[in-house]
Design a protein around this ligand. Structure first.
Ligand code: UTP
Length: 297
């Protein structure tokens, strides 16, 4: 996979049940961390990795994501007329001009693997990224110029000619919430995957290295997904197709540089919000004071 990463898939067709009732009408990916929705952080990371084609796998209820990246003519002309140029730049700056969005529908929520497969007609036979927006990954303060997780992975995929999957060490008692890899270290942050197990109990987990929401995969994965039968929970699992890929080519587990917030659950979203508030010069002091006041409760 020495090709440059151009296409990134965002599977956003899940039901988001952990945020009901809000997710009855608000897509989980539109939940904000401070003033930006989760999907904006994910898109920024993909653009940072070099992507120019963003493929959103949505369901029929998630028009808000398309609307968000579309032009908002009325709002923009009002902001322009009233000279609010900073806000205008912000509204127009959700997506760089050279980047295009493609929307694909997943007719039924049949699992992450199935959602990725829905992007096949747009991706074709080239390496591509997958970003799950509810895993928010930050690497240093905004604007500090440190590479995002997907850029780190794309560079490794190109130099090693391999698939790359982001992993993170998790507490042993949580292995049953993740895909877990068994891998042989090849460098400080990378390890060659021998085996992937979906949600193993702690006593049988081969390690505590958990797969998190970033992947760089070859186009070949689509053919393997087509042959994948429903696994755990009746869903077509991406990890099952990755397991098949292992017998054909090298796939690396990569411990990215950065901090991940699992914003697919409430506590993760709270932590991400506090983290971002502490990074924001206008909010940091007041947030720190507020957090200190909570310590006595
Ligand atoms: P989750 O396991 O977080 O499921 O999916 P979910 O439906 O989004 O949320 P909960 O668990 O009900 O609260 C992981 C990612 O895979 C996508 C989701 O949108 C999310 O980005 N996904 C999952 C799909 O696109 N389609 C599916 O069929 C399943």
């Amino acid at each position: 996979m020495s090709q440059r990463l151009r296409k990134v898939v965002f599977p956003v067709a899940g039901l988001g049940t952990r945020f009901l009732p809000a997710t009855k009408v608000v897509a989980k990916e539109m939940l904000p961390v401070l003033d930006r929705p989760l999907i904006q952080y994910a898109v920024d990371e993909a653009v940072d990795a070099g992507a120019d084609t963003l493929i959103f796998v949505t369901n029929r209820y998630k028009h808000a994501i398309a609307d968000y990246f579309d032009r908002a003519y009325e709002l923009e002309s009002k902001l322009a007329q009233s000279g609010k140029n900073d806000l205008l730049a912000m509204v127009q700056g959700t997506l760089p001009r050279h980047v295009r969005c493609v929307f694909v529908t997943q007719p039924e929520a049949l699992g992450l693997g199935h959602a990725v497969l829905c992007a096949k007609p747009v991706v074709g036979d080239e390496p591509f990224g997958v970003v799950l927006p509810d895993d928010l990954i930050v690497n240093g303060p905004t604007g500090a110029g440190r590479p995002g997780a997907l850029r780190q992975m794309a560079e490794l995929a190109a130099s090693e000619n391999a698939g790359v999957i982001a992993v993170e060490e998790v507490p042993r008692d949580q292995t049953n919430k993740y895909g877990i890899v068994d891998a042989t270290p090849v460098s400080e942050r990378a390890a060659k995957i021998k085996l992937v197990v979906e949600k193993p109990k702690p006593e049988v987990a081969p390690s505590n290295l958990a797969i998190v929401g970033r992947y760089v995969l070859p186009g070949r994965i689509f053919e393997l997904l087509e042959k994948t039968t429903p696994g755990a929970g009746g869903e077509i699992q991406l990890t099952d197709a990755i397991e098949s890929l292992l017998s054909e080519q090298s796939v690396l587990a990569y411990r990215f540089e950065g901090t991940r917030f699992d914003c697919g659950n409430k506590l993760g979203l709270v932590k991400a919000t506090l983290h971002m508030a502490l990074e924001d010069p206008q909010l940091a002091d007041a947030t720190r004071k507020f957090m200190a006041s909570l310590a006595n409760r």
